[in-house]
Design a protein. Structure first.
Lengths: 81, 341
């Protein structure tokens, strides 16, 4: 579950992926910048410092998560009205 | 750290009736009841006269008659009668709270009345959906609500605190993905286990024998509503490409986290399922199992509260990967409380 999948969408979404088989957390900012950490506190400090220290090389490519649980697509009755 | 100007769950709809119900939210004592035409009402639970709790009083039609001297209040909190005199002082009024009944909960707005917007109430539609069967309850927690948020945002504790019920080794071993929608203030934490042991909670309720594919997708709407979208299926069985999922078992675990005081919390919990809808045995089992799990958390968090309350400020905690979602939730709560302070 740590491949780069995306559940939330929007221009203010931060994502953190725990790389499978490692202790590495990859933080991905909404600007596209990404950075690896082994400490979630440092990771959030970096993410929330946007745009300071953020150098988006290219927008991160995300695979859509197969039907997000609770999403309208998956449930047909809506997670949020 | 209270967050005001928010909707909080005060009660389940079935708790609010023609008896007066006392609840404290964010330190504010409330009395709840239902009018004769079925509308829920929330008033300040203190008579304006000598502060006697109105919850210790009685209803006369849709008015509350104070059990001490008979000051009588209508559903808006206005005093309509006082004993021994015709003139009711103009200031004789108790606060009334905006109330919305939705998704089986009675929500109350705590904050500036004019800022109450019903559209801001997060949804838990499964709880009132005939396509689901729900069991629910509420346990009082003698701990600050932030400890319950920490607890629910990191489910790796299931392996250690809830072994034999919902915990298996794979929960703590499986990495998570965390997402934060900063603008809308929502935190998602996902843990998808491809091949895991089936804990008794799911084995007995679904009838699945053998290993399972188990997904846990948390959706936290700070401060009050926490949703855990849980999917279990025989190992390797996935939803169809079009999103339909006839071979999956879905459980929507809902918590309403309502701060009562700085050091106590109302822990509302509900478990909605889309299978074995009419099986009372499954309902009884899930109710008892989930209540046991909640009480295991209550015991642990009450211990933790006592530890924290007696230690000096400034203890340096250590956070690791499993805490990524909890840290995000804390940050959003802090921001929400700072807006008001």
């Amino acid at each position: 579950m740590s491949d780069r999948t995306a559940m939330l969408h929007g221009d203010t979404v931060y994502r953190v992926h725990w790389q499978p088989g490692t202790d590495v957390l990859t933080g991905v900012c909404h600007c596209g910048a990404a950075h690896d950490f082994e400490d979630p506190v440092e990771l959030w400090e970096w993410l929330l410092a946007h745009p300071e220290g953020h150098h988006p090389e290219q927008p991160a490519a995300f695979e859509p998560l197969p039907p997000a649980l609770g999403s309208p697509e998956a449930r047909g009755n809506g997670g949020r009205a | 750290m209270f967050v005001r100007d928010q909707w909080y769950v005060a009660a389940y709809g079935y708790e609010v009736g023609r008896d007066l119900l006392s609840r404290t939210i964010l330190g504010e004592p409330l009395v709840l009841y239902r009018t004769e035409d079925g509308e829920p009402v929330a008033l300040a639970d203190r008579c304006v006269h000598r502060r006697y709790p109105l919850s210790q009083s009685h209803l006369d039609g849709d008015t509350v008659v104070c059990g001490y001297h008979g000051f009588t209040y209508d559903r808006t909190g206005a005093c309509v009668a006082v004993p021994g005199q015709r003139r009711v002082p103009r200031t004789a009024r108790v606060a009334s709270y905006p109330v919305v009944e939705q998704d089986s909960f009675v929500w109350v707005w705590i904050g500036e009345r004019e800022r109450a917007d019903e559209s801001l109430i997060p949804r838990a539609p499964w709880l009132a959906d005939p396509a689901y069967t729900t069991v629910s309850g509420m346990e009082p927690l003698a701990a600050r609500y932030e400890l319950l948020v920490d607890n629910l945002m990191d489910l790796s504790h299931e392996t250690y605190l809830h072994g034999g019920y919902i915990g298996t080794p794979e929960v703590a071993e499986t990495p998570i993905t965390t997402e934060v929608d900063d603008k809308n203030g929502v935190v998602h934490v996902s843990r998808h286990m491809a091949d895991a042991a089936c804990p008794p909670f799911y084995a007995r309720s679904t009838g699945i024998e053998g290993r399972i594919t188990r997904w846990q997708d948390i959706e936290y709407h700070p401060p009050c509503l926490y949703l855990l979208h849980s999917r279990v299926a025989p190992a390797g069985v996935l939803p169809n490409a079009d999103g339909s999922d006839p071979d999956g078992f879905h459980v929507e675990v809902v918590y309403a986290i309502t701060p009562e005081t700085e050091h106590s919390t109302l822990d509302f919990w509900a478990v909605a399922r889309d299978f074995a809808l009419d099986d009372q045995g499954v309902s009884d089992f899930l109710r008892e199992s989930n209540r046991t799990v909640v009480l295991q958390d209550v015991t642990a968090l009450n211990i933790l509260e006592r530890v924290i309350a007696t230690e000096p400020e400034g203890y340096q905690e250590l956070s690791i990967n499993i805490d990524t979602g909890g840290l995000a939730a804390r940050r959003i709560l802090k921001r929400m409380s700072d807006v008001r302070s």
